[in-house]
Ligand binder design. Structure first.
Ligand SMILES: Nc1ncnc2c1ncn2[C@@H]1O[C@H](COP(=O)(O)OP(=O)(O)O)[C@@H](O)[C@H]1O
Ligand SMILES: [Mg+2]
Length: 275
């Protein structure tokens, strides 16, 4: 392809992204400087909780190209992806949430992705320009850990990005690395909607005692230090991982559990802050 043709194709894709994304009212991303803090499980549950508030349709774009986990958490697999007239039709998972994930496009679920930054950017642009998000008012991006290509690409490529929701665990080490991610977001002039402290306390299912497994109050400290709202704290609860593996978010299966109530409160706060 000649250089002018390539530039033309890029400009057309950019135009399509803008058209496609402008139809979606709110675009937010769950983000953290650390892996394994619960970004994906929080994304899946917040999406289901927001859908339950009846404020509009909800979608998730799983942009964790190296470890996409959202489809499984929402009870979906690649076979449900339809392509109609060159458009990707996102399948609807738990709570009617529409999901597009890199996992759908990989030849096999186990294929490792070792793409470099520019290829990831093109893949993201492709997903943004060709997925049909009709009826989606809230689009949540799940990201891999850190301030790598995916986070950068979202801020560069996505028109009308509303901001990041930052997830940390209570420990000081987590607070320190997550604080760097907030600094990064600020540098890129992206808004930070607030902090979630996940794995915050654990009520023993046998004796009912509230134990601190991860010691500290990193989420609270981070929120104060960075002058952003603390959106809420989510306790450790084995049902969060159990329901993720089953493909039914915990907020749907165990709505009365403290972790679910906290997730629903956080969802309400997010929806309110976006208005
Ligand atoms: N509050 C919690 N209680 C129990 N398990 C949790 C909690 N938060 C996350 N997990 C579990 O921890 C693991 C990592 O979570 P995940 O969402 O994949 O993290 P990340 O996307 O940040 O890498 C998963 O198995 C998930 O089910
Ligand atoms: Mg994840």
């Amino acid at each position: 392809m000649s250089y002018p043709d390539m530039m033309k194709q890029m400009a057309e894709r950019q135009k399509k992204i803008i058209e496609n994304m402008n139809k979606i009212k709110y675009k937010i991303s769950v983000f953290s400087g650390k892996g394994g803090v619960g970004k994906s499980v929080v994304t899946a549950n917040l999406a289901a909780a927001i859908a339950g508030l009846d404020q509009g349709g909800v979608g998730i774009l799983d942009s964790d190209f190296t470890g996409p986990s959202i489809p499984r958490m929402m009870g979906l697999d690649r076979s449900q992806l339809e392509v109609v007239g060159g458009r990707l039709i996102p399948p609807q998972g738990a709570a009617g949430v529409k999901v597009v994930s890199m996992a759908f496009l990989l030849p096999e679920e186990k294929t490792p992705v070792i793409w470099r930054g520019p290829i990831k950017k093109i893949a993201l642009e492709q997903l943004l320009s060709s997925s049909d998000w009709q009826g989606t008012d809230y689009l949540i991006f799940d990201l891999p850990p850190g301030t790598g290509d995916e986070a950068l690409n979202i801020m560069q490529v996505l028109p009308g990005f509303d901001g990041f929701i930052v997830v940390t665990v209570p420990t000081e080490i987590s607070r320190a690395s997550v604080s760097k991610s907030i600094g990064f977001a600020r540098k890129m002039h992206a808004k930070v909607l607030g902090v979630i402290e996940n794995m915050s306390g654990h009520v023993c299912p046998h004796c009912g005692n509230d134990n601190e497994i991860f010691v500290g109050n990193g989420g609270e400290l981070l929120a104060t230090e960075m002058k952003v709202p603390l959106l809420g704290k989510i306790p450790l609860d084995h049902r969060l991982s159990e329901t993720s593996d089953q493909g039914v978010p915990m907020v749907l299966k165990y709505p009365d559990a403290p972790a679910s109530k906290s997730l629903v409160d956080i969802a309400e706060r997010i929806v309110e802050s976006l208005k």
